[in-house]
Ligand binder design. Sequence first.
Ligand code: FE
Ligand code: FE
Ligand code: ZN
Length: 272
Amino acid sequence: MKIGCHLSVAQGFFKAGQEAVRIGGNTFQFFTRNPRGGQAKALDYKDLELLKKLMAEHDFGTLFAHGSYTMNLCSDKPEIRQYAKDILKDDIDRVSKIPNSLYVFHPGSHVKQGVKAGILQITEALNDVIEPDNQVSICLEGMSGKGTEIGSTFEELNEIIQGVKYNEKLGVCLDTCHLYSAGYDIVGDLDGVLKHFDEVVGLKRLKAIHLNDSMMPFDSHKDRHEKIGKGTLGLEAIKRIISHPLLKDLPFNLETPNENEGYKDEISLLLD
Ligand code: FE
Ligand code: FE
Ligand code: ZN
């Protein structure tokens, strides 16, 4: 299987790849820029060449490039929407230059404008940015539904995808913590949830999984990640997720509250 965790690329991409190998992984996730926004560092193509070699040697799966948390395509402030769109465009361009990486971002928070208006702003932004020859797999992350977050239901995710003209490369990244908080019972009825996803969005759109336990109860609409096996999902449910026939070939990345040594332990626990 392809499993890894969120890692820093502050020391470069090759170093992050080496760290992924050291902790027993064969993928990793990184932020495209400082998660609180701002200018991204210029890409170092020598470093990326080394990463590419390492990924081939260690049979890596797809890497996840995660967008900034501050990027809100459906803010009620036009200047924040414009800024988010500029970042999105730049991120897609950057990710296209990083070996075998998909892009994951949070759809946005409508800040009391309403779900309908928010979805419209998100699709408009994606339509402005995604060009017909785009080769980057762009994934909307399924959210927990805290505050005015958009994308906590399969219906909302699908509405965004269907609103985008060149949507061939649009996909979904499901986060196990968010799913459970959003009211999808992946502990008691994983098959039912996957069937529902297939009917609404289509399993062919599912490209990536964030593997997290949750501190919060089912359907709580709260977003607090927990270490694997220590939360409301539990180890057995998480093991069923990674071994499910419809999921097992997807890349999984952990976003649990851990230092890298903790991630190493979790990866070995999950591969056990
Ligand atoms: Fe995320
Ligand atoms: Fe996530
Ligand atoms: Zn989260």
